[in-house]
Design a protein around this ligand. Sequence first.
Ligand code: GDP
Ligand code: GDP
Length: 442
Amino acid sequence: MTGSKPLVAIVGRPNVGKSTLFNRLAGRRAAVVSDVPGTTRDRVSLETVLGHRQVILVDTGGLEGGPDMPLAAQVTAQVEVAIQEADVIIFLTDALEGVTPADEDIAQRLRRAGKPILLVANKADNDQRAQGAAEFYRLGLGDPLAVSAYHARGVDELEAALLAIIPEGAPESNGAQDRLALAIIGRVNVGKSSLLNAILGHDRAIVSETPGTTRDAIDTPFAYKGQEVLLIDTAGIRRPGKIARGIEKYAVLRALQAIDRSDVVLLVLDATELPTAQDAHLAGRVANAFKGMVLVVNKWDLAPTLGMDQPRAVQALRQQLKFMAYAPVRFASALRGTGIEEVLDAALMVHQERRKSVSREQLASAVMDALAENPPPSRAGRSLRVTRTVQEGVSPPTFTLHVNDPTLVHFSYYRYLENRLRESLGFRWNRLKLVFQGRKVA
Ligand code: GDP
Ligand code: GDP
């Protein structure tokens, strides 16, 4: 029934936050969550993209009987459904309340299920509660992952952990085989070649051919979690001598060329110098080329000595790289080989989303909603009218809007439409390319 898409079920006793997490994973930014138990739910299952995989997400809480049904029976029913039908089960518990008898009962059933299970302690709204979540270890389902579905804490980690346990078996929907051209760019000395080596040296990167070592740009094909990747290397341009300025210029040209050839760009930033005008310039180039982008904060092993933490680093990045809010941020140490999997997972996730097609109906209603919510400005009594919208292609997701007069679309309105459509069509990690096509003048 599920086709080739894995089914991910969220189970847990009432009120632990299943519905909140469901909405969070579904990428609905403004999920409406009420404080009355059982009222936050309007859907039980939906298709969504987690990382680079399309999955069907099921909130088994939606299968709970009414509040007059005994708790044990409610829980048993949903857990049985999950055990029978799900490929992966998220077992959600409540870090505020701690381990309850109902949790123990569910754990016992799940341990016998023989399915991949992710134990998650929700409502870990702060560090103290996240640490307290360790007590769920005694449920015998491994280390609990502490999250706050409500405050979106730990949700990225949860996605990554899920991706790691979703069975590889079933082929992805359309053409996951499509090769991902991945470029590593960044300023001199941020650690591009170190990152390249860490990626190619990673256990999960299967490099089949030995790259040549004499050319100054080396493209290396490898496979990662079933995805063919072509790593476009710009590291060949490293400091052959002391002609620093000439090299720097050459490096920028090389970077531009690499951006052009890539699907997704790893923009490497240096944790000790975050971010610089040149980083912003490179990020702007990537965005203008409608390429996917992962912001890689490298040298993260130095964070303790710098007194830095991830939230503050992200804040600094978001502030300086204003239009790059769509790019996921990942932290790595190429030197120590940490965070490499997270970087690659993010690249796959962006790539997969870039290849997504939406149906005509979905597109038409998204465009209509966007226009209705914020009508386009008019000029000299004329206002923008959209007669038809077509998705022309993927990678980048490209849409042609047939309009009465393209000159009525200004930059700010383009931004609005792009962001609104990204939200309603579920393009969380990518820009959309919108093309406005006017009527032929007779
Ligand atoms: P469900 O019955 O398991 O689906 O739980 P809901 O998603 O309806 O959430 C139950 C209650 O927990 C609601 O009042 C939510 O606002 C609250 N809640 C959900 N996630 C969190 C969280 O991460 N932190 C806190 N403090 N409350 C949460
Ligand atoms: P590139 O010019 O961007 O290719 O940078 P390199 O890979 O040549 O690295 C520049 C310098 O940064 C070298 O001295 C590396 O050892 C150092 N470096 C690279 N990655 C890391 C890291 O993750 N942590 C630390 N502490 N140093 C790093």
